[in-house]
Design a binder for this molecule. Structure first.
Ligand code: ADP
Ligand code: MG
Length: 367
């Protein structure tokens, strides 16, 4: 089931008594979630992710705009008639019911031709429990489960009515780091197997990158960029997106163009096709550095971290105030740690330029 948002806006009246301005939690969202795909809504806390999800589920009504499931305009359809499955950060299981009862609960009150017998309900519950791999835990109470298992029960409960769309709001936030990794792989697998169109909300870029077919990067209620994870990472439209994605983060420097030459601080790092002399912001991805004694970029060496196959050179640069620069290079390269500085050449595709004030991407080429 494809999901389409068409100029969807949600405004809330301000909670601030002095300043009466409305909060625009979701500002003119237009995008299509292709059938059977998993889309990640990514952005910092307060950027409108949950509101966007609630608009799709029907728990909230848009101030303006339309939402379609397939070709059906469902903007005015109440949540229980939309055929959505919801999973939240806190699993919200019924503590006095067993796992099996929690999963069959949404099937209890089906009416008319949807009505199911107890045997059918249990059969369905076991099928779904098997899918999320908790079929061995059906007689337990939620308190007898780990956080990861509880979240699987919540996912099973969301799936048991065979929803047209699955909506997950930060479903992994309450899990510890290891379980988080494991459960996100599980969600990816379940989504692949069921092919249910899924919206996955997270503030964690790593999570969004690893799980999503498409990422929607949001800031203050406004969509910044939509694309495949790799596209958004390597081709960000602005500095916000560039900084939000990537671990270690992109190195950000004050730079300028002078007679076509790109300078980072005082370091000339390459001739460009840009003709206007201007100050700008330079971003370099950690994998964009090549260790080279002739390199134009001269950094102050702080140390070296071994990361298995790769090493991370930790350094600072006068044109990158407040930031430690991490450069990832192959561990076969030898770094002379007795020297105070380290020099780099730069990989052209990994150097991104941004407008100093707007932060918008400036396209260019090295020549
Ligand atoms: P996120 O899920 O990305 O953290 P939310 O969608 O919860 O963000 O919130 C987006 C913005 O809308 C925030 O500024 C938040 O304070 C505001 N907001 C959310 N729900 C309400 C509400 N019911 N009333 C007023 N403001 C709200
Ligand atoms: Mg939220």
């Amino acid at each position: 089931m494809k999901v389409v948002l068409q100029n969807v806006t949600k405004k809330f009246p301000s909670r601030n008594k002095k300043e009466k301005k409305d909060v625009i939690a979701v500002n003119d969202f237009t995008f299509e979630i292709p059938d059977g795909k998993l889309i990640g809504l990514l952005g910092p806390s307060g950027c409108g992710k949950s509101t966007a999800l609630n608009l799709i589920s029907g728990l909230q009504k848009p101030t303006s705009g339309r939402i379609f499931f397939g070709d059906d305009d469902i903007t005015a359809v109440p949540p229980e008639k939309r055929g959505v499955g919801l999973v939240f950060q806190n699993y919200a299981l019924y503590p006095h019911l067993t796992v099996k009862q929690n999963i069959t609960f949404p099937l209890e009150n089906l009416k008319g031709k949807e009505k199911m017998t107890k045997a059918d309900r249990e059969k369905r519950a076991y099928e779904i429990a098997k899918l999320v791999q908790i079929d061995g835990l059906m007689e337990r109470k939620p308190s007898e489960l780990s956080g990861g298992q509880q979240q699987r029960v919540a996912i099973a409960r969301a799936l048991v009515k065979m929803p047209r769309v699955l909506l997950l709001d930060e479903p992994l936030s309450n899990l510890d780091a290891r379980l988080r990794l494991q459960t996100r792989e599980e969600i990816k697998r379940i989504q692949h197997e069921t092919k249910i169109t899924t919206v996955f909300v997270t503030h964690d870029q790593d999570e969004a990158m690893s799980i999503s077919d498409l990422i929607v990067v949001m800031k203050e209620g406004i969509i910044q960029q939509i694309g495949k994870p790799q596209e958004v990472y390597s081709d960000p439209v602005n500095l916000f997106v560039a900084k939000f994605l990537g671990t270690p983060p992109i190195g950000v420097y004050n730079g300028r163009i002078e007679d076509g030459m790109l300078y980072i601080g005082d370091d000339a790092v390459g001739k460009t096709n840009l003709t206007e002399n201007t100050e700008l912001t330079v971003g370099i991805r950690p994998e964009g550095y090549i260790l080279d004694s002739e390199g134009g970029l001269v950094c102050n060496l702080s140390g070296v971290e071994v990361m298995g196959r790769d090493i991370s050179i930790v350094s600072t640069h006068p044109a990158a105030p407040d930031q430690v620069i991490r450069s990832i290079i192959s561990s076969e390269k030898i770094v002379d740690t007795s020297k105070p500085t380290v020099r780099f050449k730069l990989k052209p595709g990994k150097v991104l330029l941004f407008d100093k004030t707007s932060g918008n991407r400036i396209r260019f080429e090295f020549i």
